[in-house]
Ligand binder design. Structure first.
Ligand SMILES: *Cc1c(COP(=O)(O)O)cnc(C)c1O
Length: 389
């Protein structure tokens, strides 16, 4: 048996005719940028995530930037970011001219450690980016409690104001891996001041090219997103504010509109695959399985196990062994952000963020996609168990 890491061809074969009709419509109307398919997708996506305003953008990376830029993050500001994430989370801050402040993650959820966040807050902190890593929501209430202890008061959704100094801190979400994930019964994407999503082809909801979205429940901010993604303009050749070309393409809006109708089913497929992993790998002593935290609905963008690294059986040798058995696997993320060469000037060193570093050294992502069959998962698990005997 051969088990790929993801199988986008298989997914496409199931929706080919629908997608082709939607793409043809865009081509017939020559509506290549924004337009009706994008607008329709934006409202449907917002509705599915129980959030009021959604703007389609050119990528998740651009969404990460737009969210912080529109909130006024700039030079001299600090943005708190988990060190265990994809680099794009940090570009949001650096493109604004702000300094990313990397903090450690929680050893069970792999998301921001609220106490570490509290320790990193300074009078320069302007934003905190909660990445819902691998498809599981960050415990935002814990961060909320920590900010309150530090004398920051919740003024409106995700907006904290210091009681004496008036300093404002925005809590925002990076939902690039967590479409339809839930936190205490609520969908991610509308839980903080603003959120960004990615529609990179391999994400839980993937375009056929680049794509992303930014969401908020704040009307003013929602309007700002629409203007800033289009050169700071709502009327051609009149520019009310700084902006950029962060528009979503019509073809991507059309594809995403079709695919959104399948997302619940695909999410259920991922959760089913995760359940099978639990069933067939739960008794394997060599690895720690991902844990769905209480109150969360995990959407398993990735299925990441932590190799215990005992008796000389480490992550690298497991990866090699699986490869020989035709089981694909991946690393997310082998070099944590605080140890990336591009951030060397910030002065972090190995040992600063021990949980993140341990995960970077010992995590392995097993195949995960909605169409995985029980036989495939069983085979993967048998191979993993074989390796450890
Ligand atoms: C994929 C991803 C991004 C970037 O999205 P793109 O659409 O590829 O630009 C940002 N943050 C996280 C956590 C991601 O996984």
């Amino acid at each position: 048996m051969k088990v790929p890491f993801v199988d986008l061809k298989l997914q496409y074969s199931g929706i080919k005719s629908e997608v082709r009709v939607a793409m043809d419509e865009v081509l017939d109307n020559t509506a290549y940028i924004l337009g009706k398919p994008v607008a329709n997708f934006e409202s449907a996506f917002a509705e599915k995530h129980d959030v009021k305003f959604c703007s389609g953008v050119s990528s998740g990376t651009d969404g990460n930037h737009l969210v912080l830029w529109a909130l006024g993050v700039g030079q001299g500001d600090e943005v708190i970011i988990p060190a265990d994430t994809f680099i794009a989370t940090a570009w949001g801050a650096t493109l604004c001219g702000a300094t990313p402040v990397f903090v450690d993650v929680d050893a069970e959820s792999y998301n921001l450690d609220a106490k570490a966040v509290a320790r990193a807050v300074t009078p320069k902190t302007k934003a905190i980016v909660a990445v819902h890593l691998y498809g599981q929501a960050t415990d935002l209430e814990k961060i909320n409690s920590e900010l309150r202890i530090l004398n920051y008061e919740l003024k409106s959704q995700g907006v904290y104001v210091h009681k004496t100094t008036g300093q404002v801190i925005y809590l925002v979400e990076d939902c690039a891996q967590s479409h339809l994930a839930e936190y205490k019964g609520k969908k991610v994407g509308g839980l903080a001041a603003a959120a960004s999503f990615s529609f990179y082809p391999g994400k839980n909801l993937g375009a056929y090219g680049e794509g992303g979205a930014v969401c908020t429940n704040d009307e003013e901010l929602g309007k700002k997103f629409k203007m800033m993604r289009e050169h700071g303009s709502h009327q051609k050749y009149l520019h009310l504010m700084y902006g950029h070309n962060y528009r979503m393409e019509g073809l991507q809006g059309a594809v995403l509109g079709v695919k959104l109708n399948h997302l619940e089913k695909w999410t259920a497929g991922r959760r089913q695959a995760a359940e099978w992993y639990g069933k067939y790998l739960g008794d394997c002593d060599g690895v720690v399985l991902p844990k769905e935290m209480k109150g969360n609905k995990h959407v398993y963008h990735l299925f990441v196990v932590r190799v215990k690294n005992e008796n000389g059986k480490n992550r690298e040798s497991l990866m090699k062994y699986l490869g020989e058995k035709d089981v694909a696997s991946g690393l997310h993320y082998p070099v944590p952000l605080h140890l990336q060469p591009c951030f060397e000037h910030l002065g972090y060193k190995r040992g600063d963020l021990p949980v993140t570093e341990d995960l970077a050294d010992n995590c392995l992502s097993l195949p995960m996609f909605p169409e995985l069959t029980e036989e495939q998962v069983k085979y993967v698990c048998e191979c993993v168990k074989e390796f450890f005997v």
